[in-house]
Design a protein around this ligand. Structure first.
Ligand code: ZN
Length: 412
């Protein structure tokens, strides 16, 4: 690396002719420039062709096949499937009321629910989808009992340290009888876009990057738990010996992506046609999400303060924040300490792990900031370009941080 830098400096210093007139370019900026709003939107749209992609259904398997074909077409051709057995869990009872704190009840993952809240829940009624085409697409129910499921990944192999990798991931299954456009096409499309860009001709990395699309996130992170259980002890082992191949490089960090589009802010009072606040049956005001992406929208990077790798995870989170400051074009990033309910959770005691979202999962999404969450309204058509742009800025943030951390270079 120092030798390379010295060489680059030498080349710049010696350049006199026209061919060398351009200043040395920043490879991270070059890679970030390959992100494009229309391409990102098109990938999200492509995923919504498979409805809500609910685990265990044909539409879920077709989505996996489509994602794999896309990855191969980008040049991330060493795709692999992680197989595991999944048992449909017994239906859970209602969520327990959390103890009250100064600001309000405790949020999932720790933290506190401050301020106004809107209702949350999971739609389990197929008939709640008014669009008949989509209702038909999502008609197959998830099977009961035990069955084999698959997650999918491909790997950019590091040129000098193939025994170490960053994991860049999202979940490809959805729920709610919509199109799962935000949750989690937005995250899946981000991972696919990064796989495309890191696989471009002329791009090299010192360390490896694995792009993983988890299945069964919505049923309890089962795909990610299966990966950790099956592959944790294979880390850093060369196989076959002397081959220079590492089927499971050491986990330097996990960056998980989930719900990246919608940050309209805290719910506001719902008004009737006369402009008066709407009240519920108990006479309390009803709150709804604002219609537009707020100007203060941000990308939320979270680690879990109550995990064994908390310090290293916080460091990874701040690396993403710094990358956002340098390379994101429209929206800033914030760091939080309450990562929860996402596929980086199974990793958080064994490797640095963060999640990237539109809002903090516990205290904001958990307070009803996203009205489309797990609902039939999670449709491509529910989001504006200002929403999609937040997802693109999350992609800029992760891409830039990963490029720096794995030592990416671009050959001109
Ligand atoms: Zn999700």
């Amino acid at each position: 690396m120092p030798f390379k830098n010295a060489l680059a400096a030498l080349l710049v210093a010696c350049c006199g002719g026209l061919a060398c007139a351009q200043p040395a370019t920043d490879p991270v900026a070059t890679l970030v420039d390959h992100l494009d709003l229309e391409k990102y939107k098109a990938t999200i749209k492509g995923l919504t062709r498979f409805g809500d992609r609910r685990q265990g259904t044909e539409r879920n398997r077709q989505a996996l096949d489509w994602i794999e074909a896309q990855l191969k077409s980008y040049g991330c051709s060493n795709t692999e499937r992680l197989r595991y057995e999944f048992t449909e869990p017994a239906k859970r009872g209602p969520v327990q009321l959390q103890p009250r704190r100064a600001g309000g009840p405790a949020a999932q993952g720790g933290g506190t629910l401050f301020g106004r809240r809107a209702p949350i829940g999971v739609n389990t009624d197929p008939m709640a989808q008014p669009d008949e085409r989509l209702r038909a697409l999502n008609a197959e129910q998830t099977p009961l009992g035990t069955g084999t499921r698959e997650s999918l990944y491909c790997t950019k192999v590091g040129a000098t340290r193939p025994d170490e990798m960053l994991i860049v991931s999202a979940h490809m299954d959805g729920i709610g009888f919509g199109e799962a456009a935000n949750d989690d096409s937005s995250g899946t499309a981000l991972v696919m876009e990064l796989a495309r860009i890191f696989s471009m001709p002329g791009v090299t990395t010192e360390r490896s990057v694995r792009f993983i699309l988890w299945n069964n996130e919505e049923t309890g992170l089962n795909g990610a738990y299966a990966y950790v259980a099956q592959r944790k002890d294979l880390q850093g082992i060369e196989s076959p010996k002397g081959s220079g191949r590492y089927p499971e490089p050491k986990w330097l960090g996990v960056i998980q992506h989930d719900m990246l589009l919608f940050d309209h802010g805290m719910p506001v009072p719902k008004l009737d046609e006369a402009g008066k606040p709407v009240l519920d049956a108990k006479g309390q005001p009803v709150y709804v999400a604002p219609k537009e992406q707020r100007a203060e929208a941000d990308v939320n990077i979270e680690f879990q303060v109550n995990s064994k790798q908390a310090d290293a995870s916080a460091k990874l989170a701040w690396a993403l924040r710094a990358a956002n400051e340098t390379y994101a074009t429209d929206y800033p990033a914030a760091v939080g300490n309450r990562m929860t309910n996402t596929d980086s959770t199974p990793f958080m005691d064994v490797a640095p792990a963060v999640s990237v979202r539109e809002n903090e999962r516990g205290m904001q999404i958990g307070a009803g900031w996203n009205p489309n969450w797990h609902q039939p309204t999670d449709l491509y058509s529910s989001y504006s370009d200002k929403d999609f742009l937040l997802g693109l800025n999350a992609a800029q943030t992760t891409l830039a941080a990963v490029a720096q951390l794995v030592g990416a270079q671009v050959k001109r």
